[in-house]
Design a binder for this molecule. Sequence first.
Ligand code: AMP
Length: 510
Amino acid sequence: MSDTTIEGLFASANTEASAIEAPGQPPMSYGALSKLVSVTTRQLNAFGIGRNDPVAIVLPNGPEMATAFVAIASAATSAPLNPAYQADEFDFYLTDLKARALVVQKGVDTPAREIVKKHGIMLIELVPDETSPAGSFTLQLGDGVTATEMTAESGSAGVDDVALVLHTSGTTSRPKIVPLSHRNVCASAISVSKTLELDSNDRCLNIMPLFHIHGLIAAVLSSLSAGACVSCTPGFNALKFFSWMDEVKPSWYTAVPTMHQTILARAPRNAESLKRANLRFVRSSSAALPPQVLESLEETFGCRVVEAYGMTEAAHQMACNPLPPQARKPGTVGIAAGPEVSIMNDAGDLLSVGEVGEIVIRGDNVTAGYQNNDEANATAFTNGWFRTGDQGTLDDEGYLTITGRLKEIINRGGEKISPREVDEVLLDHPDIAQVVTFAVPHDKLGEDVAAAVVLIDNSETSERAIRDFAGTRLADFKVPRKVIILDEIPKGATGKMQRIGLAKKLGLVK
Ligand code: AMP
């Protein structure tokens, strides 16, 4: 059983060793990181923020986002949000979270600033210290903002405190809140570190966004749990990837398949850099890695590529292909690597090797349940197992193959979209009578967002106008790439609108 907090996760690391790095900046040591955690805890407590108080974080990707997550989660509950959200989205997330405070970077504009003003949420500004080691910062109250009275306990968070809350896209119209305790996130970080055999000599190049579970756990916390170092870039940039490889000299990186494919496309132009690269392995997760991409990556980097299966509700890692000498099986997501993994039928019976059913998990890294959502919890848990909404099968060696999806999310290159959320926004368009948002296959992203709409009688509007409208209300990755205007939306055999299979029905599948 994992019984550590994030602070405890790296308490025994060498205080002199590098914990957080960033291209072009001096590293932050483990000693300095511990100090930053203590100082931030005192600062938050002085502002009236304490244990389990939700603190939203909207920061550019980079070392301060990593250290702010670690420090804020150690004193309160961290709630990182995608900086690309539009005002309406921030309004939903900040109120849904019942955020007590929002942390933004001083001098960086975001629509979230206006939203906190509207709701009377405390604005805290993070001031990066660019002359100090990577990730150094201080916190200050926003202009005219005053500290509130402390209603929570002060001091360091405990093992069962909520370290992190993230939203997941679901079958419901709006995303659900997933609370993850220190026990959950640390158990997952330790599993990742064990699977990848991380030690203090490792250096991870982080290109993943740090408002998503993949980067937070598999890159940042797994490295910290091993006394290793993580170099935090401003986010994935295909043009800079190889120069970062040269500068940072990582021993590994983790990414979604779309990023790997983009990296491969630029590899021939970076042959010299590739000769100098010395990766121990490459990790892929969050969406299916086509076996051809796995093979090209192994050829290009001359190292093992491991595909892992992760999910927010599991604090990320559930299964992973192992490192040598064990076999990795392309097309599978490997063996259970953290929680127990089983296959279940609709009736709640566990199935045998080779049978196809819903992938279910249980263990220390699995959330105790969605926040304030009895209905979702009643269907998500069966006999103590959490239903992932993914369909799969286990072979006789315990390797898991994902065969399909039972839930309605769209997986756009690892970014998850709830089709109902897009439906709701499009239904607000004055010319739209009916809408169904669905996934269309995409070469690089795996899936992309499309919407079929029926217009109100005699109204005229264009695909472009509908997309522009969606763009004012939704972050860019949720805006349908394709909008099809139809006289009628095709129904399934039961007369219900069916998202799954709609792309095929409409002739959008090659
Ligand atoms: P998220 O909560 O954003 O991490 O998304 C979790 C979902 O991503 C899972 O339930 C799967 O549907 C999908 N997913 C994660 N890893 C993989 C993988 N290696 N292959 C296929 N789908 C994956």
